[in-house]
Design a protein around this ligand. Structure first.
Ligand SMILES: Cc1cc2nc3c(=O)[nH]c(=O)nc-3n(C[C@H](O)[C@H](O)[C@H](O)COP(=O)(O)OP(=O)(O)OC[C@H]3O[C@@H](n4cnc5c(N)ncnc54)[C@H](O)[C@@H]3O)c2cc1C
Ligand code: SF4
Ligand code: SF4
Ligand code: SF4
Length: 408
């Protein structure tokens, strides 16, 4: 018997995707999300005595099922961007996520996306009912989002555009399939290499707050010299190249902070080193490359074909007839049909392997008062190990193999 058949509810699940869909589906409202010791969301049951063992939470959980829930038809691939300069300027890539949301909102959908909550210092899903409200979703927040309240607030009888990481979207598809309401939803995910531990973010904010005072605004991707608040415009500022837009821009009570170079920024050094991603991101992710349960997938199109384009280009894929129809009807956007090779250049095709030094890094991150520099030291060590493997070990093994073949 499969383990999931013996599971009465999600109480024994650990290190999962933390998507919160189990909490949305539970009619008894006894599933909550909390951060585990490593700093990733995990569900727990507040009162086992109330559980009716209906099994819905397990049924809708993408983590415990091997197969994905999507019904992919033909995959179509595009390079795309918004024709509206100010949208493209504010968004992480080409602004397609915002344009899709805006258009669907105008057609009577609600939009469930991710905003940054400065009070709670977290990324969280929220529901927008107007394009103006949906502006908060603009920009990638490179931390795991808290989904529970927004997912619980979704009324299955209404129409929604829901965006999220591929694992969140896979569980969400299970949920709407279970209640036979797939027709009411349009689902969008993105190419995703992983989410880092929230401990990195919390420690980073402590460092920055010493310089800026209490933080009032954060943007992870920034295409201007000064940074700007997406709510308040910023169009008159000098623009910088999209390819250099990995710049965290923080506004504090006393002053602002912009990390000029990715390599000099503690958060980005750790995020991009991939040393402290969720355990599921290395071991249990089933969403790389073309694997998705969404109707539409977006990402950054960094490849050679558009390398001269410095304003931001989205990789855009459609997986379903619904996704295809929505993209075909998208107004105010450039949608260039391109081969998969062009659109997916540079994207991961399989999961990252768990770094040897991850456990050590997690121990340091969990310790109160440990400086991020100590974790960065480990990340740099890990980069050196990877370089030795790539430039020394691989060529050596290749040479041994060729020699052996020549002898045969
Ligand atoms: C954790 C993370 C990892 C990523 N990894 C890759 C990658 O490996 N390769 C790649 O090409 N692209 C990756 N992306 C996506 C990329 O950064 C851009 O978000 C994407 O290209 C969309 O650009 P846009 O201009 O259309 O969107 P924007 O208009 O800027 O909108 C961003 C969209 O992402 C959603 N979003 C923002 N933060 C989160 C979050 N934390 N969790 C869930 N949804 C969120 C918002 O709701 C919004 O719909 C990643 C994004 C995140 C958040
Ligand atoms: S539904 Fe999501 S949060 Fe709940 S157990 Fe499964 S992966 Fe974890
Ligand atoms: S089995 Fe049913 S009642 Fe029990 S936690 Fe899961 S969804 Fe809720
Ligand atoms: S890498 Fe996979 S498991 Fe991790 S957040 Fe992204 S989709 Fe989810």
């Amino acid at each position: 018997m499969e383990i999931i058949e013996t599971m009465k509810n999600i109480s024994s699940i650990e290190n999962c995707y933390g998507c919160g869909v189990c909490g949305a589906v539970c009619g008894k409202r006894i599933i909550k999300l909390r951060l585990n010791a490593d700093g990733f969301y995990e569900p727990f049951i507040t009162d086992q005595n109330i559980c009716s063992h209906c099994g819905l939470c397990v049924e809708c959980c993408a983590y415990v099922h091997q197969e994905r829930s999507g019904n992919q038809n033909e995959v179509k691939s595009y390079a795309a961007w918004s024709k509206q300069k100010e949208i493209r300027q504010k968004c992480s890539s080409g602004g397609i996520a915002y344009e899709l949301g805006k258009q669907l909102l105008e057609q009577g959908y609600k939009a469930c996306g991710v905003r940054y909550n400065v009070q709670m210092q977290r990324a969280e899903h929220f529901i927008a009912t107007t394009p103006q409200e949906y502006i908060q979703s603009i920009g990638s927040k490179y931390i795991q989002s808290y989904t529970l309240e927004a997912f619980q607030a979704i009324n299955r009888k209404e129409r929604y555009f829901v965006t999220g990481t591929p694992c969140q979207i896979d569980s969400f598809r299970r949920y709407i399939k279970k209640f036979s309401v797939e027709d009411h939803f349009v689902l969008l995910d993105f190419f995703c290499h992983g989410v880092p531990s929230i401990h990195v973010w919390t420690k980073y904010l402590k460092e920055i707050e010493k310089k800026t005072g209490k933080i009032q605004y954060v943007s992870w991707r920034n295409k201007t010299t000064e940074g700007f608040d997406v709510q308040n415009g910023g169009e008159d500022q000098k623009r910088i190249k999209w390819t250099e837009s990995y710049r965290i821009c923080i506004q504090g009570e006393r002053k602002g902070y912009i990390a000029e170079k990715v390599q000099k920024d503690h958060f980005y050094t750790l995020f991009l080193s991939n040393i402290c991603l969720g355990r599921a991101c290395y071991e249990k992710c089933k969403y790389k490359y073309l694997s998705s349960a969404a109707d539409i997938r977006i990402g950054d199109l960094w490849g050679k074909t558009y390398q001269e384009n410095e304003e931001g280009v989205n990789a855009l894929l459609t997986f379903t007839a619904k996704g295809q129809e929505i993209v075909a009807g998208l107004k105010n956007c450039v949608i260039d049909s391109q081969t998969l090779a062009v659109v997916t250049e540079g994207q991961l095709k399989k999961n990252l392997s768990t770094p040897l030094l991850r456990r050590k890094a997690m121990v340091l991150l969990k310790q109160e008062g440990t400086d991020l520099k100590k974790v960065i030291y480990l990340a740099n060590k890990w980069n050196q190990i990877k370089a030795i493997k790539y430039y020394v070990l691989h060529p050596f093994l290749m040479w041994c193999r060729i020699k052996r073949k020549m002898k045969q």
